[in-house]
Design a protein around this ligand. Sequence first.
Ligand SMILES: Nc1ncnc2c1ncn2[C@@H]1O[C@H](COP(=O)(O)OP(=O)(O)OP(=O)(O)O)[C@@H](O)[C@H]1O
Ligand SMILES: [Mg+2]
Length: 320
Amino acid sequence: MIKVEDLSKSFGKIKAVDHISFQVKERENLILLGTSGCGKTTTLKMLNRLIEPTSGKIFINGENILMQPPEILRRGIGYVLQNNGLFPHYTVAENIAIVPQLLRWDRKRIENRVSELLEKLHLDTTYLNAYPNELSGGQQQRVGLARALVADPPVLLMDEPFGALDNVTRSKIHAEFKALDELKRKTIIMVTHDVQEAFELGDRICLMDKGRIIQNGTPAELLFNPVNSFVKDFLKEQRLQLEFKALHLIDIWDWLPTSKKRETKLNLMSDTGLWESLEGFKFTNSEEISISHQNNEIKTVGFEQLMAAFYQYKKQQTHE
Ligand SMILES: Nc1ncnc2c1ncn2[C@@H]1O[C@H](COP(=O)(O)OP(=O)(O)OP(=O)(O)O)[C@@H](O)[C@H]1O
Ligand SMILES: [Mg+2]
């Protein structure tokens, strides 16, 4: 869906983005991860031509976007700006309606779509006529997301969309983000400097440093097959949590004991994340969970057995 080839951007002597290439499949969620100044925002802005590249090519849906008029290109791309970028002198409703106004939708259609999005994003309709500075940080971020989603573009670019939030609000929004049907249909590139967030929301992660991509892979690849010590060090903090977030039940399936089928409160598919499964034990207060694998194979396991399988998996990874 998106293909970036040998892309660079220099500002005078600064190489903000330095010969990067990557691809994003349809409906995939790619994270650009890296410390401040490594070129994440510059990369994102080249994808909707808010910044023109110094060299390189970008294709979206097979089309070379540098040959397209920027206004046409941007109709197919939703953009959530770093620090939400809402217009302070526009109400919430007006902020969300900017693109539909440009597209000349009729009033009723705009109203319907705006209310639909407010509901999906858990924003009360009483905020419709409020101004951004009357909203909390989390609410402003939701309005920014609604604005990007309003015309249902196939591609979504998000620059630190949850950056300004405290941890509790952030995990709440993460959960909603993962559950939102409209987002599941989209091809997303999201920028963050938060490793936990990258592992929670990304199908794949491009870890960047000084304008370059150091490693592009799944969360599990970055953790268990880091290309160099930079990657390893970057993921050093809270490594155990990251491992739970990177792995799925299917990864540790072979080490889970086979068992007779028993009734359990919690039934999970084997593509469920390990982190989510552990939380399942906690929230349902279950002794055991049932895991269904392809061909309807089912294993019923307890917490200890799950952890034992996880440590077996890790042991095998480090021996390879
Ligand atoms: N318009 C500009 N003019 C000159 N230098 C710029 C410009 N925009 C970005 N830069 C420089 O390019 C580099 C990359 O900036 P960029 O904004 O892409 O980083 P970032 O990874 O998004 O950082 P952050 O996490 O702080 O948002 C930085 O060194 C920055 O100072
Ligand atoms: Mg930035």
